[in-house]
Structure formats: C-alpha cells, structure tokens
Design a protein around this ligand. Sequence first.
Ligand code: E4P
Length: 237
Amino acid sequence: MPVFVDTGNLEEIERFYRMGIIRGVTTNPTILLKDGVRGGMRAIEARSKEIAGLIAPLPLSVELTTNDREQMIDQARMFADWANNIVVKVTIHGPDGELENLAVVHELETEYDVRVNVTAMMSAQQCFLAALSGASYVSIFGGRVNNMGYNVITEITKLRKVLDQFGLNAQIIVGSTREVLNVIEWLDAGAHIVTVTPNLLEGMLVHPYSKETVRMFLRDAAKAEEVLFSELEKVRL
Ligand code: E4P
C-alpha cells in the first residue's frame, strides 16, 4: 500500500480517494491546526471520525496530544474506539528525550490491541527500536532528515534490510515530503509507504507536456469532426 495522503483536509482526501490512488491518511496536530481544526479534543474527534468514515477500511493515523504516560494510554484507547481504522501516532520519545513512549507503544499493541504508528523519527536506528517494540508502522521524516544534511535514502535502505532480516512486521512510512521526486525515490529505497502532501500528489500527476499533448488531441478531434460534418453536407446536397 504505497501512497498515503498527509493532510487533515477532507475535500483533498475525498478528491484523491475518489481517484483510487491513496491507501491511507496521516495527520498530526500541526496538520490538523493548519487544516482548520479548532476546539480541542471534540474538534479532533469530529474531524477524525469524518475522515475515518470516508476512507474505511483504509487506515487513518491520529497523533496523541499528551506525553503523560497514563493519559497517553487513555487517549490512545479513546482514539481507537472512535473507529476501527484509526491508528494511533505516538512520538518516539518525549520533548526532552523521555523514554516512556516505547513502553506505551508496546502496551498498546500487545495488551490493548491498538495499532500504533511511531512518529517523529529521524534515523533507521530509532525506527528499528520502534519496530522491535511492536509498532505496526514506523514513520521517518524524510524531508527533515535531508534538511539536516544527510540523505534519508541511506536510512530507508538500511532500515528495510534489518526489518526483513529479523522478520519484523512494521511498515515503514516515509513522511515530510518536500519534492515530487521523493515519492518514487523513497519507495525504490525500500519504504513500504510514502505519505504525500496534496500539492505534491497533484504535482506527480500533472505534466506540462501531457497538457500540451491532450490539447493537441482535442484540437485535432475537433478538426476531424468539422471535416466529417462538411463531408456529410456534401453527400446531402
Ligand atoms: C507524517 O506522518 C508526518 O507527520 C509529516 O509528514 C511531517 O511533515 P513535516 O516535516 O512537513 O512537518
């Protein structure tokens, strides 16, 4: 399932879903804020249920809004109750490197049967540990990695190799897309999924030379029709 869309905008999701080209949706608090979700948990619930209903049974990732251990478990279970296809996003660690998060991931996956997407990761080694803890998805932020000056492709290749080598089932999601060419390059490097912003999906689809070619076809089709009509006129006269 190679392409997810990275947005909380319902119209954009519907547009690409109707084309049959997306296999899931990812969000985070920053994306939801940008896409107009205001009003706290009630607003997150409403938008998440709308998206989950639209794309079911495809997965929708919704990120926790707390880093308190007990609240993380409660919130994750609540998100998972909103819809069967909700996957809970948990950051690899807390804002100051607090290490409770993978214990939460392990508990959610093994005791509460909640699917988890471990997020905000910048290296293969972080993703490997998240996969070992039982996460269903491990998200590495390709654009942010590249912006730090090292190529995420090296991380993706190593990560896919070790996941396969040790029979770990986690699916690699590469997010933080910045350029159209990221998508095929990162899939080619071994990502199971690339989550793509709507503007880049459109950029993948539309090509100036395709436009010119389509214009040529339509122009010539119209000319051929004119010729056909004038031939018919002659026959009638
Ligand atoms: C995906 O799961 C991430 O939340 C997202 O792609 C992050 O992208 P950004 O680096 O543009 O914020």
